[in-house]
Write a protein that binds this ligand. Structure first.
Ligand code: CTP
Ligand code: MG
Length: 235
């Protein structure tokens, strides 16, 4: 079974604030995207990484990857991304050579995922699950609300799902290739993760333990945390 990783990295990073596209922002002096690529290449099962670059940044991303050594066993491709994460993932899948039968989809914005988490996801796909997500229990209680018409106005609480049964899902999410391609062909409408599209096909998605360090860099405070995690690793 050959395994490839698609890394959507085409987002602007609006919530992180003004600056370069999020995937190109530095973390410990190295672009976030390079950390994410290395995190996938750290798995001995991953032999190809497909980076989905900002639409006008494919050349720059290609140069970056040429400048940062990957393990010998790992090839990479760079393709331009789209307007939504979903479209970017599909453009990455379109570039996937036919001899890969397991695909990981990993956010460039999760640069610090440990290799053990990557391997746990791959292992579960190898054992027959069509779709696998790394997931963690929640620290906060979650409430469903009726969103206010005006942001910031009080919002009526509708329900409180039982926290013990909820999970926050991370990436890399792992898929049987044919399943993910089918999901991206047949499922339309807004989704925030690839596994959700597989669920819409009526197939079973399984969760394996995620990792705290696989958190997504979304807002400025997440960058502070990511720098601290990296500094601790370098001790
Ligand atoms: N992504 C992508 N193409 C898009 C939008 C997002 O490849 N059109 C990628 C991002 O680069 C990121 C991942 O999807 O690695 C997760 O998205 P998110 O954290 O929302 O990143 P951004 O969309 O860049 O951030 P924001 O929503 O704050 O603008
Ligand atoms: Mg986004």
């Amino acid at each position: 079974a050959r395994t490839a990783a698609v890394i959507p990295a085409a987002g602007r990073g609006v919530r992180l604030g003004p600056g370069a596209p999020k995937a190109l922002r530095a973390l410990g002096g190295t672009p976030m995207l390079i950390h994410a690529v290395r995190a996938m290449a750290a798995s001995r099962h991953v032999s190809l990484v497909i980076v989905v670059a900002p639409p006008d940044g494919a050349g720059e991303v290609k140069s970056l990857l040429d400048a940062h050594a990957l393990p010998e066993r790992t090839d990479f491709l760079v393709v331009p991304g789209g307007q939504s994460r979903q479209e970017s993932v599909r453009l990455g899948l379109d570039a996937l050579p036919s001899d890969y039968d397991i695909v990981l989809v990993h956010d460039a914005a999760r640069p610090l995922v440990p290799v053990d988490t990557v391997d746990a996801v791959i292992e579960a796909v190898r054992e027959g699950a069509p779709a696998v997500v790394p997931a963690l229990p929640l620290a906060d209680t979650v409430k469903q609300v009726e969103p206010a018409a005006v942001p910031g106005d009080p919002e009526p609480v509708v329900a409180t799902p039982e926290r013990a049964r909820l999970r926050a899902v991370q990436t890399p999410q792992g898929f049987d290739r044919a399943t993910l391609v089918r999901a991206h062909t047949e499922v339309t409408g807004d989704v925030t993760d690839d596994a959700g599209m597989v669920e819409q096909l009526g197939l079973t998605v399984v969760a394996v333990p995620g990792h705290e360090e696989a958190f997504k860099v979304t807002r400025p405070l997440d960058l502070v945390l990511a720098e601290a995690v990296l500094a601790r690793r370098r001790l």
